[in-house]
Design a protein around this ligand. Sequence first.
Ligand SMILES: [Cu+2]
Length: 83
Amino acid sequence: MIQNAPERVFQVTGMTCDHCQRAVDSAIRQLHGVQNVRVNLNTGEAKVVGNASDQEVSAAVEEAGYEATRITDNESDNERLEV
Ligand SMILES: [Cu+2]
């Protein structure tokens, strides 16, 4: 996995179970430029590594039936890496 791509965190609303988590994960993962995705069902946070735009990520999540809002900058995420 390439680690120098930007990582952003999105707050995803609407997830209620494991299936939701997987749906959001795969919706984001399929985007061009996305290298890694980690979706935390408990916090509703989706961490996205890669170069897809915020809009692309939000649109993909919406298409899957949920809503994603970006909540962090690339740099400020470092202290919150644990999922
Ligand atoms: Cu669900």
